[in-house]
Design a protein around this ligand. Structure first.
Ligand code: GEK
Length: 242
């Protein structure tokens, strides 16, 4: 993730359109996600550590909605054996093109970069599946089918890591954590205008759900157990065991 141009996409006032993962976003994405997701760097690093523990020889690791490959590269950095492949998927051509261009030639043989919708890919022989802030962009009615497909393609003993922006059923708590999150973004250098314009752009695109809803969907997909391993304000990451 060498691309570190500063994100000022929403810095000046303009009619806000729905957020898309185009080349303008891909060009500043590393800066954007680091300044927009509290704990992002920690989550990325811990995904690598978890993958090292659960990636079995001969298996496949999936990074679904890989963007510029933050989670993929952390996993290839941490996994101590060499007998595995990573399938990194994103439906944004801009993301895949930039990920490919920045990829270390030494890693190229290990990683299959796929530009596709998650609805259209096969999952097989998976020991580790990562959905790091991706499910939130999938229409709610398609989320269960995706989790069923992931579960069906995983080996027993494998793990799913699901990170999401979440909401809370308790209204005052939801309000507090959203407010703390906006304060976090201000401390990261975003103006109130940037925060509010980005929020409007994401309104119909990023649909957060409660942890209870995520856990129940994971259970219904067939996973043996699931719980939160990371949370900061309204961002959380879950681990589920196949
Ligand atoms: C990271 N995981 O840095 N099919 C494939 N990709 C999709 C789909 C879909 N239907 N919908 C959205 N995406 C990354 C960060 S970003 C999170 C993930 C964020 C892709 C989309 O193109 C984008 O690259 C990614 O999911 C979400 O660890 O921007 O908050």
């Amino acid at each position: 993730m060498k691309d570190s141009k500063q994100d000022n996409i929403y810095a000046s006032e303009r009619p806000v359109q729905d957020f898309v993962f185009d080349d303008r976003v891909a060009a500043v994405f590393t800066d954007m996600i680091n300044r927009s997701v509290p704990g992002y760097a920690t989550i990325i690093s811990m995904i690598g550590m978890l993958a090292d523990r659960y990636c079995t020889p001969g298996s496949v690791v999936y990074d679904l909605g890989c963007s510029l490959g933050g989670a993929t590269l952390s996993m290839t950095h941490h996994i101590s054996h060499k007998d595995y492949r990573v399938v990194a998927v994103d439906n944004s051509e801009a993301m895949i093109t930039r990920f490919r261009a920045a990829l270390d030639p030494e890693k190229e043989d290990l990683i299959d970069l796929v530009c596709a919708d998650l609805a259209d890919i096969d999952i097989r022989n998976a020991s580790v599946v990562v959905l790091n802030f991706t499910l939130q962009f999938i229409p709610v009615e398609r989320r269960a089918a995706l989790l069923h497909k992931i579960h069906a393609g995983m080996n027993p003993g494998g793990i799913l890591i699901l990170s999401e922006k979440i909401r809370f059923a308790d209204a005052p708590l939801d309000e507090l954590l959203i407010d703390m999150y906006h304060q976090f973004k201000e401390k990261q250098g975003y103006s109130r205008l940037e925060i509010s314009q980005k929020r409007s752009a994401l309104e119909n695109v990023l649909i957060p759900e409660t942890l209870a809803v995520h856990k129940e969907r994971i259970r219904q997909a067939g996973f043996a157990s699931c719980d939160t391993w990371f949370q900061c304000f309204n961002f959380a990451s879950l681990i589920a065991f196949r």
